[in-house]
Design a protein around this ligand. Structure first.
Ligand SMILES: [Zn+2]
Length: 257
């Protein structure tokens, strides 16, 4: 699919990796200049409900997002920490994992977090026809509806990449695409140290959308420190519903700052 690499747009830290259902162990991805420019242009031109990389810098909000779960050990531990620090978050779940661990999905929803989806099988969009991608998205939407009573209109593609035609199919079907602006690359780490050091080098900024993976243990370890530091600097943690109007983005019942 040679044409896909030139027409795909988005941000993808694990982009150079071979096709795989998970990001772990894959080399860090460096976005091409062309793709960076394309993403910036799309972000400036489109409403956030259609395509969001970050929130407004003028407000103090930060969105924490977690991909690739639910995971039977790491996701419940992460939910415990989020409850302790009173932070709402957004989980981009893989449909087949949601099917396998429906009780964790129900807990995510019950504790006031937003659920988005991340395809059913975590296949690269470049390997799917436009119609196949939409089928995966709708299948995951149905899984979420069966588990929680409502689907989601918030989508994040694996590796952050979609072809232009796939964006259009998703938008016409009513889905919004949410990428990220801060990526500590926890999926490539083998210990928490590099994740902590990443945030020391690049402290969170207003409007950041942070990419973590809840099939990894590191977010739960760094969150208390990260949240404390951000709050001391006047920042707060919000859900995407603060910035966009998407049906799935219900108001959080988790404590806000
Ligand atoms: Zn993923």
């Amino acid at each position: 699919m040679t044409s896909t690499s030139t027409s795909s747009i988005g941000a993808a830290p694990e982009d150079a990796a071979p096709p795989a259902p998970r990001h772990v162990g894959q080399p860090a991805w460096r976005p091409s200049r062309v793709r960076q420019l394309a993403r910036a242009a799309m972000s400036a031109a489109l409403p956030r409900r259609m395509f969001m990389v970050r929130g407004p810098k003028a407000t103090p909000g930060i969105c924490l997002t977690f991909d690739d779960g639910p995971h039977p050990q790491h996701t419940p531990r992460l939910l415990d920490v989020l409850r302790e620090v009173k932070v709402p978050a957004t989980f981009f779940v893989i449909g087949k994992h949601a099917e396998r661990y429906p009780e964790i999905v129900r807990r995510i929803a019950a504790e006031g977090h937003v659920i988005g989806h991340h395809t059913y099988s975590h296949t690269r969009a470049s390997e799917m026809k436009n119609s196949e991608l939409l089928q995966e998205v709708r299948r995951t939407d149905r899984v979420l509806s069966e588990i929680t009573g409502k689907g989601s209109r918030l989508f994040r593609p694996p590796w952050g990449k979609l072809r232009a035609g796939q964006f259009c199919r998703l938008w016409s079907a009513g889905y919004g695409v949410m990428l990220w602006s801060a990526d500590p690359k926890d999926c490539n780490c083998k210990a928490v140290g590099p994740v902590r050091e990443w945030f020391e080098r690049k402290p969170l900024l207003a409007g950041d959308v942070v990419l973590f993976h809840d099939d990894q243990p590191y977010a739960a370890e760094v969150l208390p420190e990260l949240v404390g530091d951000a709050r001391r600097r006047g920042l707060e943690f919000v859900l995407p519903g603060r910035w966009i109007s998407i049906r799935s983005c219900a108001a959080s019942t988790v404590g806000r700052d």
